[in-house]
Structures are given as C-alpha cells and as structure tokens.
Design a protein around this ligand. Structure first.
Ligand SMILES: [Zn+2]
Length: 67
C-alpha cells in the first residue's frame, strides 16, 4: 500500500500518510501537528508491496523452475 509523505504548509511539520489510491482525495488529510488542511505531498516515500528483483531473497517470485 502506498505511503506518501506530506509537509504542512502552515507549520512545516512532515508526516506520512497511507493513501489508498493515487486518485483518492487528499482533502481529508490534515496536519497532525497543527490541523491545517491540504498539506503538500512529497513523492519521496513510496512503499513497494511487490518486488521483481531476482537478487531479493525476501520476496522472491514463487517460480521454482530454475533448471
Ligand atoms: Zn501543521
């Protein structure tokens, strides 16, 4: 699930918020510090739920056909 980082336009407080979809309305997101609405969205914090890297031993694809 994607997690976005926001920064408050009012007090500059940075916080992370889970966003269900990219098209979801962000108007309900408020600064947990001062309560200001519509914080600025940063693109830095994105959590990937899947990984296709073969070098990743944690989330290796379940295709056991390496002959
Ligand atoms: Zn704030």
């Amino acid at each position: 699930m994607p997690m976005y980082e926001f920064v408050c336009r009012e007090c500059g407080h940075r916080f992370e918020e889970l966003v269900l979809s990219a098209s979801a309305s962000l108007e309900h997101i408020v600064c947990p510090s001062c309560g200001a609405e519509k914080p600025e969205k940063l693109i830095s914090a994105v959590a990937f739920t899947g990984c296709s890297a073969s070098s990743c031993g944690t989330c290796k694809p379940s295709s056991s056909g390496s002959t």
